[in-house]
Ligand binder design. Structure first.
Ligand SMILES: Nc1ncnc2c1ncn2[C@@H]1O[C@H](COP(=O)(O)OP(=O)(O)OP(=O)(O)O)[C@@H](O)[C@H]1O
Length: 287
């Protein structure tokens, strides 16, 4: 059952249209990603879902109590430097009627309760902001660019935290720029470009939409025209000594049957990645 339904959402700030027309629905218990380039309208969309902004047109339905059951972590977490992790969590917990065990949350997020906010690293601040979003025991957690600016280890620690949230059955709406994050965490993802949804699919489905194509690249002195007749092959191009064969299915075996690998040099294979799919779906330019 859908816990979040966004239907033809439009949001303008005066003359500036931030979200043109966005529709998607999120099932209970899934991690749903929203990706798009800078300024695509991602934050505005999730702020409308969180009830922090009022849509100009369209509707947002959240099947949960917004104040009690939706936890929000927005792009920057700022607290007074002197407040300690434990104090911040206790303060936020006091806002809710059924708060989570905030000490356990701090342990899970790898945070020291006595550490002052001003002394936390970027990764620790992000994990604190996630813990603060979870302190009310929400059914839905909205996380906006939670790993931007983090080093690879801090990013992985934050991903682990998100994986544990999902294991508890919390529905997660995740805004991100990182395709690796999408691949690791998201069940489905909406690709937004210029305020419109370009695709909603699983990460694998997005790759398939972008062609799901393989490329074989190698050097050979032999003729390669015969490869074009193979059903697996979509195109064959030669640029100087380098040959590129694109296609689908068991492309490598099909090509090897016609052109033995011993007649090629430097053979390598590339597949469409989620990054490629993102570029195809969002086009080359973004306002
Ligand atoms: N309060 C505001 N007033 C006017 N324009 C705004 C406001 N908030 C956002 N915008 C503009 O609306 C567009 C969409 O912004 P939004 O923050 O939703 O995009 P985003 O996809 O989250 O971008 P980013 O990845 O850079 O965070 C941008 O052009 C932005 O400059």
């Amino acid at each position: 059952m859908a816990i979040i339904t966004v239907d033809h959402l439009r949001k303008a700030y005066g003359e500036k249209v931030a979200v043109e027309d966005v529709s998607f629905s999120v099932e209970e218990g899934e991690v749903f990603g929203i990706v798009g380039r800078n300024g695509a309208g991602k934050t505005t969309t999730v702020e409308c879902v969180a009830g922090l902004r009022t849509p100009t047109a369209g509707t947002v339905t959240v099947d949960a109590d917004l104040k009690e059951q939706v936890g929000v972590q927005l792009q920057e977490c700022s607290l007074p430097d002197k407040i300690r992790v434990g104090e911040a969590l206790a303060l936020y917990a006091s806002f809710y009627s059924r708060p989570a065990d905030w000490r356990a949350l701090a342990v899970e997020a790898g945070l020291d309760l006595r550490a002052p906010f001003g002394k936390l690293s970027g990764g620790q601040r992000q994990r604190l902001s996630v813990a603060l979003a979870l302190v009310g025991s929400p059914r839905v957690a909205i996380l906006d660019e939670l790993t931007t600016g983090l080093d690879p280890q801090a990013r992985r620690d934050t991903w682990d935290l998100v994986s544990r949230i999902r294991e508890r059955g919390v529905t997660v709406l995740l805004v991100t720029h990182f395709m690796e994050e999408v691949e690791r965490l998201c069940d489905r993802v909406a690709v937004i470009s210029r305020g419109r949804v370009r695709a909603v699919d699983t990460p694998a489905g997005l790759v398939a939409r972008a062609g799901g194509e393989q490329r074989l690249i190698f050097h050979t002195d032999d003729p390669v025209d015969g490869l074009r007749a193979l059903p697996e092959v979509a195109s064959v191009t030669r640029d100087g000594g380098e040959v590129t064969v694109t296609g689908t299915g068991d492309l490598l075996s099909a090509v090897a049957a016609v052109l033995p690998p011993s007649r090629t040099r430097g053979l390598r294979m590339e597949r469409t990645t989620l990054d490629d799919a993102f570029l195809v779906l969002t086009g080359k330019e973004e306002s």
